[in-house]
Each structure stands twice: as structure tokens, then as C-alpha cells.
Design a protein around this ligand. Structure first.
Ligand code: C2E
Ligand code: MG
Ligand code: MG
Ligand code: MG
Length: 277
């Protein structure tokens, strides 16, 4: 009887809603259980200084490994996780897992390596975020300056005063702060000087279009000197070709991240390109 009701319900939903909505509903139901079922995994992608060849840091990128759906990319579920509030516990898991992994790497004797963790808008809007970060640093015993938090430029610009306050508190903890997807959608420059950043990440849309076009080159060049003027580490994202590397180098952008160097990899595989003895 229950089974019948179940299939009736299923029919009701599938006939009365468009398929997009029912896919979203199914995804939401699955996402609710993903944490307890241990279905999340972090991948890591290196940030390279092309002049020295050294790895400057690694960015932690979330994946959802579902038995039926396969490996789901954040583009398909981060928005849903935000809408449902699930991003808060998921985000804590990400922070904790990335810090734990970096502690493992540090204990294995590699030179100090910074791990970057992405924060979503909703996470950033939690006034207790600095407390959560402090708690996780304490629990994992990771040196604060080996953690970097990546916050998208658009998120920071939503409420300048609030952003300033939270960033100050995070800065006091000793963690690094990175402004992600910089210059996408014309990030406003006037507020930049109010924020305690360490890193500026040039949005990959600028890198993708980078050919020998004088206008593309002018944009990157301006972003690099802006970063330099603020004494920031400047990282170009989404580097896929040797031509892009050459052009970026000619513009004195020396830190890069992208498929050309490595795709994001599971920790065991990422360990292979870390200088572990
Ligand atoms: P993002 O922080 O800007 O991350 C960079 C994205 O570019 C990643 O996609 C990465 O895999 C991809 N990428 C790296 N190199 C290349 C390249 O050479 N070419 C191309 N085409 N793409 C490249 P991914 O992992 O799918 O993540 C997408 C976005 O999802 C991230 O953008 C970030 O905003 C968000 N995200 C990822 N992990 C987390 C997380 O743990 N928490 C939150 N809140 N958001 C996350
Ligand atoms: Mg990022
Ligand atoms: Mg980015
Ligand atoms: Mg992005």
C-alpha cells in the first residue's frame, strides 16, 4: 500500500511539474544526506610560481561523489546548497577537511604550503564566521597563515561595512584573504583599499580570452599593476595553454593556476606533485 502511494506521489510530481523542477527536488533530497553519507570529497589544484617553479599553494575544490550521479561539480549544487542553507554545514566540513589535510602534509615534512578554501556568500554573511574559522584552526592545529580564504569580489561588494568588519576579524586570526574572480562583472575599485587582502585572483574569463589582442593584454596588465600597487600576490586562474603562460609572463604575472599545470586532484594524487621526501 505504501508502495502504491509512493508511486502515485511520484507520478503526481513528475506530471505536474516541469522536469527541471523535479530534477532540482531530487537533487535537493540527495544533497540533504550527502554529508552524513560522507559523499563529499575535496580536490586540490596547485598555484605555481612559473619563475621559480615552486608551488605557492593549493586551492581546495569541492566535489560530490554520488553512487548514481557520479562526480558532481560545484557548479551543479553550490547554488542549491546556498538556497537550502546546507552550505553552512558543508562549508564547515570543507574548512575542516582542508585544514586537516594541510596538517597531514605539513607533518610529512613538506615546506609550508598554503591551502585556499572558497567561501560562499551565505557563509560569508554569517557573523560567527571568524569564530567558526578560529575553532577549526584550533581543532586541526593548523598554523593560521597556512589557510587562505577565497571570497568572490561580488560577495564582498554587497555590504562594504560588514565585509570590512568580518575581514578585519579574519585578518586578526592570522589567516590570509584572497579576492576571487576579480574584475568579473566590473568589481568596484573604490573599496579595494578598505579590505585587508593578501591575494588577488584574476578571473579566468580574462585568461581564456587572452590572445595577442592588445585590449586583453591591457586589462591583464592593469590588474597586475593594481595588485602590485596594493602589495598583493596576483594569481591568474584558468591557464590552459603555453601561449597564455608566455603572455602572462610578459605582463609580469608569475603566479598561475590552471589545467596546463594540473587539474584539481584528490589528495593522494595531489601529494605526488608536492615536494614530499
Ligand atoms: P573558483 O573558486 O573560481 O575555482 C576555479 C574553478 O576553475 C574550479 O572549478 C576549477 O576546477 C576550474 N579550473 C581550474 N583550472 C582551470 C582551467 O585551466 N580551465 C578551466 N576551464 N577551468 C579551470 P570547480 O572546481 O568546478 O569550481 C567552480 C566554482 O565552485 C569555484 O570557482 C567556486 O566558486 C565554487 N566552489 C568550489 N569549491 C567550493 C567550496 O568548497 N565551497 C564553496 N562555497 N564554493 C566552492
Ligand atoms: Mg576560488
Ligand atoms: Mg575563481
Ligand atoms: Mg569562478
Amino acid at each position: 500500500r505504501t508502495q502504491e502511494q509512493g508511486s502515485y506521489k511520484y507520478q503526481f510530481y513528475s506530471y505536474s511539474m516541469n522536469s527541471q523542477a523535479s530534477v532540482q527536488l531530487r537533487l535537493e533530497a540527495l544533497l540533504h544526506h550527502a554529508l552524513e553519507r560522507d559523499e563529499f570529497i575535496l580536490y586540490y589544484q596547485p598555484q605555481i610560481n612559473v619563475n621559480s617553479g615552486n608551488i605557492q599553494g593549493v586551492e581546495a575544490l569541492l566535489r560530490w561523489q554520488h553512487p548514481e550521479l557520479g562526480l558532481v561539480s560545484p557548479a551543479s549544487f553550490i547554488k542549491l546548497a546556498e538556497q537550502t542553507g546546507l552550505i553552512i554545514p558543508i562549508g564547515e566540513w570543507v574548512l575542516k577537511t582542508a585544514c586537516t589535510q594541510n596538517k597531514v602534509w605539513q607533518s610529512s615534512g613538506i615546506p609550508p604550503l598554503r591551502v585556499s578554501v572558497n567561501l560562499s556568500a551565505l557563509q560569508f554573511q554569517q557573523p560567527n564566521l571568524p569564530g567558526t574559522v578560529a575553532k577549526i584552526l584550533h581543532e586541526t592545529d593548523l598554523e593560521p597563515n597556512l589557510l587562505e580564504l577565497e571570497i568572490a569580489a561580488v560577495t564582498l561588494m554587497q555590504n562594504i561595512e560588514y565585509s570590512q568588519q568580518i575581514l578585519q576579524q579574519l585578518n586578526t586570526l592570522g589567516v590570509h584573504i584572497s579576492i576571487d574572480d576579480f574584475a568579473s562583472g566590473f568589481s568596484s575599485l573604490e573599496h579595494l583599499k578598505k579590505f585587508p587582502f593578501h591575494t588577488l585572483k584574476i578571473d579566468q574569463s580574462f585568461v581564456h580570452d587572452l590572445k595577442n589582442d592588445p585590449k586583453d593584454l591591457a586589462i591583464i596588465s592593469a590588474l597586475v599593476s593594481l595588485g602590485r600597487g596594493f602589495n598583493l600576490r596576483v594569481v591568474a586562474e584558468g591557464v590552459e595553454t603555453q601561449q597564455q603562460i608566455d603572455l602572462l609572463r610578459s605582463l609580469e604575472c608569475e603566479q598561475m593556476q590552471g589545467f596546463w599545470f594540473s587539474r584539481p586532484l584528490a589528495a593522494e594524487d595531489a601529494s605526488k606533485w608536492l615536494p614530499i621526501d
